[in-house]
Every structure is written in structure tokens, then in C-alpha cells.
Ligand binder design. Sequence first.
Ligand SMILES: [Zn+2]
Ligand SMILES: [Zn+2]
Length: 212
Amino acid sequence: MLHYHTIPVTPFAQNCSLVWCAQSLQAAVIDPGGDLEHILGEVRARQLKLQAIWLTHAHIDHAGGAGELSERLTLPIIGPHEGDQFWIDGLPQQSAMFGFPQAKIFTPTRWLHDLDTVTIGRETLNVRHCPGHTPGHVVFHAPQIQRCFVGDVLFAGSIGRTDFPQGNHAQLIASITERLWPMGDETVFIPGHGPESSFGRERRSNPYVGGT
Ligand SMILES: [Zn+2]
Ligand SMILES: [Zn+2]
């Protein structure tokens, strides 16, 4: 059984999620953007064995703590897709621009590609490449619990910004309609910011992608 717990971190209230295999208590942390002591406190409270860092994309609020956490606990960094290399290279400038603690640059242990899988304990999640918000953005789909961790691709009632360098609105819409919607209307998604929703609810009522 796959479990998860979402922890808002950084001044941007970014939804960092711990995901773990209930049998083994092996865990991965998705998007540790900052507030590492808070995240590690939740890991200890649940007696989880943290094995890996998974990244949806390399914006500071999602990836800002990854380098330090990887160094401290000797954890592999898995993801995002290599299209986000320039955002990783720019983490120091992103830190300065948004008033974050200076982020460490890192080299992912493994880049992710569309239709890859990632495993934690006995649980496997499917990776989809969903460019548009950033060129290297990926999402983590857990069909066994009908959940998807979508980063800044889609929000309850909104979609990701595309006004950054290499952002692409048409590509983002295609990522949502061609790669997220087929996961099913009942699938609940955990966005990078704000409350959870389901793909079905967004298909009905989201002003940006409703009716698609
Ligand atoms: Zn972002
Ligand atoms: Zn974000």
C-alpha cells in the first residue's frame, strides 16, 4: 500500500509530499523546496526510511532544498527531465531573486523521461513528461491509489504559469489534456500549491481547461 503526506514548505507554500510503501516504510520525498527540518521531522515522526528525492521540476520552491538534503543524507536525486537543466543551473540566481536561502546546485542521479517508472519499497509510480510550465516538468502517477503528483502543471481551478523562459502555453494545455486526463476523472491530484482536486472536477469546472 502506498501512503503519502503533504507538507507545505517555503514562503510559496509549496506542497512537498512524502510518499512511502506501508510494508517497508521506505519513503521518497517529492519536491523538497526548503524547510528541511520540518520535512525531516515528519520523516522521523512516521519512522520512515528516506531513500530518494524525486523532483517534478527545478523551480526554487520545488528544488531549492534538494542539493542540501541529498548531501546530508546521501540520497539520490531522481528527476526532473533534462529540459530543466538551465533551471538547475540558475538555482543560485533564483534563490537571490526570491529571497530564499542560497540553494546548492546539483546533478540529478537520474533524469526522467516520459513513461519511465520510479519505485519505492514495493510500490511503483509512472512518470509522464508534462512540459509547458517548464520544459523538463514531470508528474508522478500512482494508479494503485488513484493519485497523481503534478507539481505546477495543474491546480484546483487554475493551471501553471507559462510566462517564464521556455514556458509554452499550448504545450501545457496538451500536457494536461493528453497526459493527465487519460489517468481518469476519479484520479485525485496533488498540485504544487493549494488544495487537492480530481481531474474530473477540473474537466468540468476549470476555466483554463474545462470542457477539454
Ligand atoms: Zn514552478
Ligand atoms: Zn511552484
